[in-house]
Design a protein around this ligand. Structure first.
Ligand code: SF4
Length: 175
């Protein structure tokens, strides 16, 4: 009898461990589908909307049928998506919409160390991203660069429309 109870205990314990492991995997999961973009796959290629001159470099993009899903990982923890990261995801939606006009881009996955968020591709988000691009283009929305971080400019979706882009400055200084 004791042996049977011990066996049941071990089986239950194994099941609990398997469930815990699958739950953990889920919280770290990337979207399902074929990977069509990512560092190993596309060697750091920067994506660009030729129409809006917005650039981006998602950590991963998957495709399943017509559905395309960008995935972005951010180090650190967050209890809700940060505004800059939402705008970055919005920029990915615009770029991918330009690159794959016949595909469906409904949402993206934004992953932090302790949490994962599904970001919807809404008109509101799109309009915010485009409005900022317009403001930068007109040099009225972000009039003065408030940092000296080239890396930040390099990762910025608006670098192609921003006259204060440090990469462009250095390139022209070097010439
Ligand atoms: S390119 Fe650089 S200076 Fe211009 S908006 Fe982006 S981060 Fe700011």
């Amino acid at each position: 009898m004791e042996a049977i109870l011990l066996l049941i205990f071990v089986v239950v314990l194994i099941l609990v461990l398997i469930l815990a492991a699958s739950g953990k995997r889920k919280s770290f999961s990337v979207p399902r589908g074929k990977k069509i973009y990512g560092d190993m796959l596309t060697k750091g290629k920067v994506l660009k909307s030729e129409r809006y001159l917005i650039t981006g470099k998602p950590d991963l993009i998957t495709r399943k049928g017509k559905l395309i899903v960008p995935y972005e990982y951010k180090s650190g923890n967050a209890s809700e998506p940060r505004t800059g990261h939402l705008l970055q995801m919005g920029a990915y939606f615009i770029i991918l919409g330009d690159m794959y006009p016949n595909s469906i881009i409904k949402y993206g996955i934004l992953k932090y160390g302790n949490s994962t968020f599904r970001v919807e591709n809404t008109h509101g988000l799109r309009n915010r991203v485009l409005a900022i691009a317009d403001e930068i283009r007109a040099n009225s929305g972000i009039p003065s660069r408030n940092h000296d971080n080239r890396g930040r400019c390099f990762r910025c979706p608006y670098k192609d429309v921003c006259s204060q882009n440090l990469i462009h400055y250095r390139a022209s200084e070097d010439a």
